[in-house]
Every structure is written in C-alpha cells, then in structure tokens.
Design a protein around this ligand. Structure first.
Ligand SMILES: NC(=O)c1ccc[n+]([C@@H]2O[C@H](COP(=O)([O-])OP(=O)(O)OC[C@H]3O[C@@H](n4cnc5c(N)ncnc54)[C@H](O)[C@@H]3O)[C@@H](O)[C@H]2O)c1
Length: 370
C-alpha cells in the first residue's frame, strides 16, 4: 500500500505579514489593484460561479455574524472565505471587527490545498476594490478624501486610494473620539506626509472629492447623514453596508447618484442597493470595467460604489499571497486531512505496527510452521 501524503499549505498571519515586509506594502497594494482590475474586467460567469454569501447572525454571546463566501473556479478549485463580523471585538476583546480565513480546495479530489489568514488580506482587497471603483467612477484629479468610520478598513481605504490618486488632504470622522485621535499614528507607516484633519460629517460631505464610509453602524441606525451639500462630482465608496437593514447612505443621495454595485444579487439584499428599485441601480463594476469609455461621463457626476464584498476579491488576494509564499519559501505544508494508507479503511493507521513486532510475529509464525 502506498503511503499517501496530501499536504495543505498554511499561511499564518506571521507569514502574511512577512510577505508584506519582504515585498513592500506599496508593492503589494499596487499588485493587488492591478490583479483585481484584470480579474474584474475579464470576469466570465460561465467560468467562475459565485453564489451570494450566506451565514448565521446572532445576538448572543455578542452581536455578530459568521458568513461563508464561496467561489467555484470551474475545473480548477473552490475558494471559500469564512468571515466573522463582531463589532464589539476591538473594545471588548482587543480583536479586529473582521476576523477571517480563506481556503482553497482541489476540485479533482476535494483536498484542502491551502488555508491563509484572511484578516489582513480582506482589509487589503477591500481597499484595492475601492481604488479600482474610484478609478472607474471618480475624477482623476480627486485630491481631498473623506473617511467616515476610521477603523481597520479605513486604513487600507486610505492606503489604496493614495496609490491611485494624488491625495493632498484627508478629512476624518468617527463616533469614537479615541479612534479619531489614533488615526494620525496609524497612517504613519504608509502615508506620513498628508494632512489629516478631524471634521464633521457635513464638512466631509461638502469638501471631499471621494469619501469612503466604513462604519460598524448598527442595523436600522443608518443613514450616516441626511441631505447635506456635496461637490457635484463626489464619489462615495460605501463599504460598511453589508447586511440586511444596515445602511450608510441616505436613499435621496443614492437616487441622485450613479450607483454601481460590486455584486448586484448580493447588494440588493445587504448593500445600499437594498434601498433602491432595480431601475435605479447602475451597471456593476464588471460591466463598467469591460466598457469604461461608456461610463466616463459619470466621473463628473455623483456616484456611489456599493461595496458589499465579493468572493472574487478573496480569490485574487489569496492567489497573490500564495504566489508570494512560493517565491519567498514561506508558509508550512501540513498534513491536515487523514489520508489512510488503505483508502477503504479509515482504521488502517491502527494496523501499522512497529518493525520489531512484525519481525517477532514472523519468527513465531515460522516456529509454529516448523
Ligand atoms: N465591503 C467589504 O468588502 C467589506 C470588507 C470588510 C469590512 N466591511 C465592513 O466595513 C465596516 C468597517 O469595518 P472595520 O473592520 O473597519 O470595523 P472597525 O470596527 O475597525 O471600524 C468601524 C468604525 O466605525 C465607527 N462607527 C460606528 N458607527 C459609526 C457612525 N454612526 N458614524 C461614524 N463612525 C461610526 C466605529 O467607531 C469604528 O471605529 C464594517 O461594517 C464591515 O462589515 C466591508
């Protein structure tokens, strides 16, 4: 019987962080934006099947949800992100609100090929997605960025947008004073020289060219603002609305804007699009990426990218990190799944005996024969 080994590549948080240190934060973000741009613009639903995500939400022991986001790359692999959203984590547990892992499975055998940290990759890909959407829908000379909600995602929103636009000033607002105070320190590692100014939501709306909303606003507590004046070309990346009843942008503003969902069938259930009728929703980012010249005029108008989070983004970021891991020889191959020596006997491992016992057994057998 042949000894079967079918190892899984495990990329821990340390490996993912080491990759970013070795490759460089800007280089990783730039690569991700370019990979995502290519993946979205070449997306073909006949080749890649992405159902809307599903999950469990609960009130106890704490308010939260755990969801699974699947993707079937036909003939190749299945990628599934399992993601938890627990907004009390930072204050009560010292943990991020979003905790996740991404795994990929071999569709010829079902084998778990790889599993990687999903926390940093999710933040990176969510930033990269807003950068891509803003490149499609915002004015290229946008220089004032507003951030409403200054938690973990806001960091990668700022980083990613700063790679695509010449950001000169950042206006920030969060309901939590300490989060506003710590923002300046948190951006030092990637954007030390840009002006960061605490502002009201009204000031942010009035003065920004692009706004990213990434709040953990409660279900039923939105929107974040009502009917304030904005620049005529304001582009909003609405990142925080990703659950039924959880919204950030008022429906009046959505109706005045070109609304681009990342994933229409999901956005109408849990994104800003849940507030709109089908005919009020614009083309999704796949359509716009394939025919950008047809949507150039939107750059001078109000627009909203309804970012609910799409499994394609997770596949792109996982593939990138797995490639980096191979190049840098990082990560660990671990035999996680039981691969019995006898495929039809899951107990075969109990029959494996030490060499000495086998020799003894043979001697006794031979003596009996004699
Ligand atoms: N679209 C996507 O792909 C995607 C990906 C990851 C996270 N998210 C969503 O983004 C949001 C932020 O995630 P995070 O990881 O940054 O969480 P976080 O807890 O680190 O930050 C959220 C921040 O929002 C602030 N906040 C809450 N209510 C507010 C309000 N009414 N006004 C202003 N600020 C408010 C909180 O004080 C906190 O600082 C979450 O809703 C999450 O579900 C979306």
């Amino acid at each position: 019987m042949k000894k079967v080994t079918n190892k899984t590549l495990v990329l821990s948080s340390e490996d993912v962080q080491e990759i970013v240190r070795k490759k460089g934060l800007d280089e990783v973000m730039d690569a991700l934006i370019e990979r995502l741009t290519a993946a979205v613009s070449s997306f073909n639903p006949d080749k890649t099947d992405i159902p809307a995500r599903s999950g469990f939400n609960y009130e106890s022991p704490k308010v939260g949800l755990i969801e699974w986001m699947p993707l079937y790359n036909k003939g190749k692999d299945v990628v599934i992100k399992v993601v938890g959203y627990h907004p009390e984590n930072p204050a009560k547990e010292g943990l991020p609100t979003i905790v996740s892992t991404v795994s990929s499975y071999d569709t010829s055998t079902g084998h778990l090929k790889g599993i990687i940290d999903g926390v940093l990759p999710t933040a990176l890909r969510t930033g990269a997605s807003s950068a891509l959407a803003s490149r499609l829908l915002a004015r290229p000379d946008a220089s004032i960025l507003g951030l409403i909600g200054c938690g973990a995602q806001s960091i990668t929103q700022l980083h990613a947008l700063s790679r695509v636009f010449n950001i000169k000033k950042v206006l920030i607002y969060d309901i939590d004073e300490n989060t506003i105070k710590s923002f300046d320190t948190r951006r030092l590692s990637f954007l030390p020289d840009v002006d960061i100014v605490a502002a009201s939501i009204g000031d942010i709306l009035e003065n920004s060219d692009i706004i990213c909303t990434a709040t953990s606003i409660d279900v039923g507590a939105g929107p974040l603002f009502n009917g304030q004046a904005t620049k005529p070309h304001l582009h909003i990346n609405a990142v925080g609305s990703d659950f039924p009843g959880k919204i950030e942008i008022p429906v009046e503003h959505l109706r005045k804007s070109f609304v681009c969902p990342d994933f229409l069938s999901q956005a109408v259930i849990e994104g800003e699009c849940q507030q709109l009728q089908k005919h009020e929703i614009g083309a999704d980012w796949v359509v716009i990426s394939k025919t950008p010249s047809q949507y150039k005029h939107v750059k001078d108008k109000l627009s909203v990218f309804d970012s609910t989070g799409w499994a394609l983004e997770d596949q792109v970021v996982m593939d990138l990190f797995l490639e980096y891991a191979q190049e840098l020889e990082l990560g660990q191959y671990i035999q996680i799944e039981s691969m019995s020596e006898d495929a039809k006997n899951p107990y075969a491992f109990l029959q494996a005996m030490p060499e000495e016992i086998l020799v003894l057994k043979e001697i006794i057998y031979n003596q009996k024969k004699d």
